[in-house]
Design a protein around this ligand. Structure first.
Ligand SMILES: Nc1ncnc2c1ncn2[C@@H]1O[C@H](COP(=O)(O)OP(=O)(O)OP(=O)(O)O)[C@@H](O)[C@H]1O
Ligand SMILES: [Mg+2]
Length: 255
């Protein structure tokens, strides 16, 4: 069974304590929303989880093995992958080549025919197969987000972390990303979804983690978390897309 065990992660930039001892555990194919106001530390936590930055303290275990001392490529091989809030498609490679990179990075002797079949299947699923020979730079922002999801699918880790996959995405592509998330989760993978679009969070996630100024202030089912006074306080005065969450009405009654 997939397990991700995060214990007491701390990170300070200069004198700014951005993560103040974050702990949580994911077991099995969970679909977890990670929310919190701007600057709460969500992307920093993602960067720590994928090894891009090293924590000052704490441990991270993936499927029982400590990964926090490893290099990012070793962590990817161990089974944790992420997308970026600001997309990082290779602009001078074609869409198809973009998809080959993670597969070849994982295994240089990868069977090319199988890789091509998998890439084409993913492009069709993401509705961008007509763009397979276009350069990364020719894609719209939303299409680049889809391409990143495709790259992650080529890697096919145990734990997927999606940092703002809906930001800047045209509404017509949202449904594709929803389907992508439900399919990957349905295939038994664990997903951590970071989003300011509360509707997506409340539609997709069965558990929410709430970060506020580097503290994990809530962890539980959405219906309970959204009524938590600490969560309501954290969101007071924050202009977030709260449609369909009940958080706004809670704010009103709380205030
Ligand atoms: N490399 C860095 N050096 C210094 N400070 C940083 C660095 N990266 C992030 N920070 C600070 O850490 C805090 C947390 O930032 P982070 O990007 O993790 O927040 P976030 O929850 O992802 O916010 P958003 O919802 O806006 O994406 C912010 O105050 C940010 O300015
Ligand atoms: Mg962020």
């Amino acid at each position: 069974m997939i397990t991700l065990d995060v214990k007491d992660i701390t990170k300070t930039f200069g004198s700014h304590r951005v993560l103040k001892g974050v702990s949580f555990r994911i077991e099995g194919p969970e679909l977890v929303g990670l929310i919190g106001p701007n600057g709460a530390g969500k992307t920093t936590l993602t960067n720590v989880l994928d090894g891009a930055i090293k924590p000052d303290g704490g441990t991270i275990r993936l499927n029982g093995t400590r990964i926090d001392p490893l290099h990012p490529y070793e962590i990817a091989r161990a089974g944790l992958g992420r997308t970026f809030q600001v997309t990082r498609a290779f602009r001078r490679m074609t869409v198809l080549e973009n998809l080959y990179v993670p597969a070849m990075a994982m295994d240089a002797r990868v069977n090319h025919k199988e890789m091509e079949e998998k890439a084409n299947e993913i492009l069709a699923f993401l509705t961008i197969d007509h763009l397979r020979n276009e350069y990364g730079r020719a894609l719209s922002g939303g299409q680049q987000k889809l391409l990143e999801l495709g790259r992650l699918l080529m890697l096919n880790p145990d734990v997927y972390i999606l940092d703002e996959p809906f930001a800047g995405v045209h509404p017509s592509l949202m449904a594709t990303i929803y389907k992508w998330i439900e399919r990957v989760n349905g295939e038994g993978k664990a997903i951590i979804l970071i989003s300011h679009q509360m509707e997506s969070i409340f539609t997709l996630c069965r558990r929410l983690l709430v970060l506020n100024f580097g503290d994990l202030i809530a962890d539980g089912p959405p219906a309970i978390v959204k009524n938590d006074p600490a969560v309501i306080d954290a969101y007071l005065g924050v202009e977030e897309d709260m449609s369909g969450t009940g958080l706004l009405t809670q704010e009103a009654t709380h205030a």
